[in-house]
Design a protein around this ligand. Structure first.
Ligand SMILES: Cc1cc2nc3c(=O)[nH]c(=O)nc-3n(C[C@H](O)[C@H](O)[C@H](O)COP(=O)(O)O)c2cc1C
Length: 238
């Protein structure tokens, strides 16, 4: 293609681990952040952020997180989730970003991350682990299945797939059952220590199959801007 920038072909198996981390986390971005509350069998609580997090189904409502291991030893959240099959995903608003980040430090097991972050616990309805009272929304989760991606002796991640059995949503965020993004004010993670807000948004109307096809082929920047402007102005007129 004329004028196209050259790209590099990269085989991740030839790279240092840290470089693959940079590629994945920089390219698959932004990633929402699950601030995961869990507890072990005896009720010792844990709180930690995970940006390998997303939703994968609405029927049933299903999310997944990707907690890792350190030298083959499961991170506390993963170990707890394996033990109890339950956890809570707390949504991280801009206001909570620093506190969520504080709970990512590698603390010894006797340190209570809830105290470190200075957040309050509120009881969950269906699962044992508490939710973060200050969070704009929390999702109570029951494990559907866990996929382990690596062998036991290398640091790797697992994918925990879970069904959301209860939603807690602060009422000023709700418009019926629609979420008001400006009130949720969620943050997300990019590569390295880069985070972002969800404050720069735009509407794009979903096309119908009856629409003309020509704009679908790599529209120049100006027609993307035009489509955005059009749909925003359509929404404002509605
Ligand atoms: C924003 C953010 C996102 C993170 N996402 C992940 C992740 O998806 N998977 C992971 O294993 N660790 C992730 N971490 C690191 C964990 O939070 C960190 O290892 C934490 O100590 C795990 O706590 P635990 O051992 O109590 O489970 C993330 C850290 C931050 C600050």
């Amino acid at each position: 293609m004329d004028g196209a920038a050259r790209s590099l072909l990269i085989d991740p198996t030839m790279l240092e681990r840290r470089d693959v981390v940079d590629l994945v986390n920089g390219l698959v971005a932004p990633r929402p952040i699950a601030w995961v509350s869990s507890e072990d069998r005896s009720g010792v609580r844990n709180l930690a952020p995970f940006s390998f997090f997303n939703a994968f189904s609405t029927q049933p409502p299903t999310v997944a997180i990707g907690p890792g291991s350190r030298q083959g030893v499961n991170k506390d959240s993963l170990r707890n989730i394996r033990e109890t099959g339950e956890f809570v995903v707390n949504i991280v608003s801009y206001e909570l970003a620093v506190r969520a980040n504080q709970t990512s430090a590698e603390f010894p097991p006797d340190v209570d991350e809830w105290d470190v972050a200075g957040v309050t616990s509120a009881p969950s309805d269906d699962v044992g682990p508490a939710r973060v009272a200050e969070a704009p929304a929390s999702l109570e989760c029951r494990v559907h299945s866990i996929v382990d991606l690596g062998s036991d002796d290398t640091p790797t991640n697992s994918i925990v797939i879970a069904t959301v059995t209860r939603f807690h949503v602060r009422d000023d965020i709700l418009d019926g059952y629609r979420i008001r993004p400006e009130m949720l004010d969620a943050v997300a993670r990019m590569g390295r220590n880069l985070w972002c807000t969800t404050r720069d948004r735009f509407d794009l109307a979903r096309p119908s199959s009856a629409e003309p096809r020509e704009v679908r082929e790599s529209p120049p920047r100006s027609s993307v801007d035009g489509a955005i402007d059009r749909s925003v102005s359509q929404r404002q007129q509605a």
